[in-house]
Design a binder for this molecule. Sequence first.
Ligand code: DI6
Ligand code: FE
Length: 392
Amino acid sequence: MTDNGASYGLIDNGAVAVRGGRIAWIGASDAIPADHADLETEQLDGRLVTPALIDCHTHIVAGGNRANEFEMRLNGASYEEVARAGGGIVSTVTATRAASEDELLAAALPRVDQLIGEGVSVVEVKSGYGLDVETELRMLRVARRIEQTRNIRVRTSFLGAHAIPPEYKDRPDAYIGEVCIPALEQAAAEGLADAVDGFCESIAFTPEQISRVFEAARRLGLPVKLHAEQLTDQGGAKLAASYGALSVDHLEYVGEDGVAAMKDAGSVAVMLPGAFYTLRETQLPPIDLFRKHSLPMAVATDCNPGSSPLSSLLTSMNMACTLFRMTPEEVLAGATRIAAQALGLSDVGMIKPGFRADLAVWNVESPAELAYRIAFNPLQRRIMASKSSKET
Ligand code: DI6
Ligand code: FE
């Protein structure tokens, strides 16, 4: 899966040597170096081995669900009627505020387990349904507890600038100053945030408001990422790039100037076809522009109760092919090597000496099968050698 390598970097009849939870060697099975002869061997019987998958964009910790408004809309209710019935993102905020840490954890785990069952080794988890200091921190604590409860690695993103809570309606600037930035400072002080995210959109925050949050992130030494150009072009990609963003996510409405700025900044474009599908969006992200600028593309679930109630990364990969016309090789890189880059991780997402030995073993004949089937999971097993052995 290296950049500009052979197709998928595939090795026929390959072997991988693992020591202390790290990849020690990879090559042809008839060429295993003598210094690995002492290792216990395990036959995978011709199965495909890939890096374990990485879901680099989720809102997997959230209270309640929005099946009722899904049903209301399909029975003809208007957006206003849904909103009046307490629907939309605010309903998830209300349910999240009302839930205890244990309840939020219990609700998240079945979704996490589905990802693990598909060979996922790292999941990114955002806050953003608390929108008050206490609940934003609670969401991040739950995210950390996922890592203690399950054999998976978690990266957290503070997303206080996700929506304007009802008590700050029409006062977004006051929300940023009085709630969002203080919550971020506290999250950073408690080591709860690995990155800082925001939602730059006509229905959320302006570039000016987001840049106040990013200035705070910079002071705290935290990397940034941004939901941008999902519904309209607000110039969010350029703003995020000016802060050296790890990734800019969604991007259906991004223009070439935003793409070029992201390329210069080394940012990843994160594709979220689950939200595109659920919202029945028609504006496609400009995949050809990303290719033209060699902008790395990741693929993630955006697992959330509103716009993407999806906890299958394999399905996201299928959707990215069928809806966005990405290639099966692009989506596999997008859910491994490039997803790692989107999280600022440099020792996962490839099977490479020194990298963590987190692998997925698949019952398929070719890698394209991973993205080809719909709602079918060919995982034979996931190997998480790096988490089970002592980290050195
Ligand atoms: N973009 C989205 O699609 C979700 N958040 C975001 O920033 C929507 C979240 C929700 O509707 O609950
Ligand atoms: Fe999102």
